[in-house]
Design a protein around this ligand. Structure first.
Ligand code: ZN
Length: 378
């Protein structure tokens, strides 16, 4: 273990160089050409590190990268994404910039540093001759837009794996993520009957008044203490003040900590009925990512990581987050999943996005040490 940490510390410069190279290749989820440029860079670095790399071609999205390294026992899946929320050109106003121990730049924290950490971890295992299980890596290109073209590949890889290590950013202070809420989106579409608001108010049925009443109902489903949140984030409808509105629509973000909570919310949305005569409701949507629940298997995997951390002379914490990741998919299959193994930093999706450079070698040693430990416990 100590050897792994020494190796990662002496290769700190390589980790930073890798992050900078990947950040310079801007890769917004919806720009296939740009994402594929970044993917080719990652593929080259993986091959240089001894991995067999197979791109998973996609027409409208960047090609995902599937990479494997031989080892003994059941494979462990390293999971992450190289798409970002930042359009090409962001670097001009948000340049790569080192400020003390911080490295700023679009996609540093979420999550190109996570890929650099994984590359350093596998290099450390190889160059120190440390035993490890077969390592299967999936680096995907559409996590930031819901993983529509990668979910099948992620789930197939997870089913073969003894455990899934997700290189998404850590919680503040470096804690791992052992629980993530499930996330969904519902659209409520209301049709009413238009009428002149002055001449024939009684003949109309207002879609807006109906929608407002429905919002009052669904707001009651929020239970922040349990971690269930319901946010009507956007509404539209109507045409003019003197017209009884014929149409109105709301888009609702929902979060739930457990599968049971998600199912309850889902069935409540689907059971919504019009409250006013003359109106009609259509409800679309659902949960896009199931919750990552802290099952006993997740807790056990965390306890292994905590042991590795203590050998590396640090305390490792765990926590929960309301945001989803591709780890939600793998955990929902019952495969032990540990998330937040990537960089320590701040500002995902925000102008102050950065990673803490000084913690990168230790994080890489943690991932390497965890892979080593999983070889001996498998
Ligand atoms: Zn991410």
């Amino acid at each position: 273990m100590r050897q792994l940490l020494d190796y990662c510390e002496s290769h700190a410069g390589t980790i930073v160089e890798t992050i900078e190279a990947l950040v310079r290749l801007e890769s917004p989820s919806t720009d296939k050409a740009a994402v594929d440029r970044c993917g080719r860079e990652i593929a080259g670095r993986l091959r240089a590190g001894g991995a067999r790399v197979e791109p998973l071609p996609r027409d409208a999205r960047g090609d995902h990268l599937d990479a494997r390294i031989d080892g003994t026992g059941k494979p462990v899946l390293l999971l992450g994404h190289f798409d970002t929320v930042w359009p090409v050109g962001t670097l001009e106003r948000m340049p790569l910039r080192r400020d003390g121990r911080r490295l700023h730049g679009p996609g540093t924290f979420d999550m190109k540093a996570g890929i650099a950490i994984a590359l350093a971890a596998i290099a450390a295992l190889r160059d120190t001759g440390t035993a490890h299980p077969p390592v299967h890596m999936l680096w995907t290109t559409d996590e930031e837009i819901g993983s529509g073209t990668s979910r099948d590949a992620i789930e197939a890889a997870a089913r073969e794996a003894a455990a899934v290590l997700v290189l998404e950013p850590a919680l503040p202070g470096g804690a791992l993520k052992t629980a993530r809420k499930g996330c969904g989106e519902f659209e409520i579409d209301v049709h009413g009957v238009a009428a002149h608001a002055g001449v024939d108010p009684g003949k109309g049925a207002s879609a807006i008044h109906e929608l407002a009443a429905q919002i009052a109902v669904i707001e009651q489903w929020q239970d922040l203490e349990r971690g269930v949140s319901v946010n009507v984030g956007a509404i539209e409808g109507g045409s003019r003040p003197n017209v009884v509105a014929e149409h109105a629509r709301a888009i609702v973000d929902v979060r739930a900590p457990t599968m049971a909570d998600a199912r309850t919310l889902d069935s409540r949305f689907r059971a919504l009925q019009p409250l006013r005569p003359g109106t009609r409701l259509t409800v679309r949507g659902g949960f896009e990512r199931p919750p990552l629940e802290r099952t006993p298997a997740v807790a056990h995997l965390f306890s292994i990581a905590r042991d590795v951390a203590s050998v590396l002379e640090r305390d490792l914490m765990e926590g929960a987050t309301g945001g989803g990741s591709d780890g939600n998919f793998t955990a929902a299959l019952g495969v032990p999943t540990l998330d937040g193994l990537g960089p320590v930093g701040d500002g995902a999706h925000a102008a102050h996005e950065h990673v803490d450079v000084e913690q990168l070698p230790w994080r890489a040693a943690l991932v390497a040490g965890l892979l080593h430990r999983l070889a001996s416990t498998a």
